[in-house]
Ligand binder design. Structure first.
Ligand SMILES: O=C(O)CCC(=O)C(=O)O
Ligand SMILES: [Fe+2]
Length: 268
């Protein structure tokens, strides 16, 4: 029985197209790192093999009814209202985000998403590519692997991420809409430079963002801390399904309770 079970669990080789994306080779990680450093985004098309992708898609579809859906208005900076500025100032201007989320504790132990997330080779590749010496899962039971759903008219409003990098994997692409748009280097968070003029110009449509067209099976590593980005409304009846793989540079980190309540509707 145990052997039978082991046979059913996919290996890294089953999940990742290692011919196209040799994550086992340090030279590949180094090349990916220089691309991520120079462009702020790394797009690895066809990263997931078709059978593994189909398994991920079937699992994500099966869990969709249990997703926590929330709609919020928030500022581009994801910060509370700053009373020093008027409501229409870029620091306070509100945009809308609406999505469903399935948390880590609902992803099965043998899911290819979890095998990938936990695999030391994959983790080492992500560490090399992002320039971290080590990477750890979240210490809470919800935040490490998430699956996001966007149904018709659901969108992610313009924002900067708090985290230094994000890894996403598109599982299902809708028939129309859900365009990922971004402007790289629009602020310098660590220098405290918020670039209100640039943000205002983007919100007014005076700056045109870059558009990333991605197909299912594409792995994206993105530095969203200083790149303003959004996902436009889904304009079809096919849900957009996207996995987000989150790691921390240090062990023992939990997502804040307020963020867990907002995005997941629960703490554990
Ligand atoms: O859905 C995406 O492609 C991007 C997700 C994102 O920007 C986020 O979760 O912060
Ligand atoms: Fe983001």
């Amino acid at each position: 029985m145990k052997d039978l079970l082991l046979d059913l669990v996919m290996t890294l080789d089953d999940i990742v197209d290692l011919n196209t994306h040799p994550v086992t080779q340090s030279g590949y990680g180094a090349a990916c790192r220089s691309k991520l450093d120079s462009e702020g985004i790394l797009v690895l098309e066809g990263f997931i093999r078709p059978e593994a992708l189909e398994l991920m898609r079937a699992e994500a579809s099966a869990e969709q009814d249990r997703a926590y859906f929330c709609a919020q208005s928030h500022s581009v900076y994801l910060t509370p209202r700053n009373p020093a500025y008027p409501d229409d100032h870029p620091a306070n201007r509100q945009v809308l985000s609406s999505k469903g989320c399935v948390c880590d504790d609902m992803i099965g132990a043998t899911s290819p998403l979890r095998v990938l997330y936990d695999h030391p080779t994959f983790r080492g590749f992500v560490a090399t590519t992002t320039g971290q010496s080590e990477l750890h899962p979240y210490a809470d039971s919800l935040s490490s692997i998430n699956v996001h759903y966007a149904n018709r008219d659901q969108e992610l409003g313009w924002h900067f991420d708090n985290s230094s990098f994000a890894i996403t994997l598109l599982i299902q692409k809708p028939g129309a809409g859900s365009r990922f748009e971004y402007v790289k280097g629009l602020r310098d968070a660590d220098a405290g430079e918020m670039n209100y003029e640039g943000v205002d110009a983007l919100l007014r449509g005076a700056i045109q963002p870059q558009v990333l067209t991605m197909e299912p099976a594409t792995l994206v590593l993105f530095r969203g801390r200083n790149a303003m980005h959004r996902v436009t409304p889904n304009k079809s009846d096919t849900a957009r399904m996207l996995a987000v793989l989150a790691y921390n540079a240090e062990p023992g980190v939990k997502l804040s309770e307020s963020a867990r309540m907002t995005f997941y509707g629960r703490l554990n």
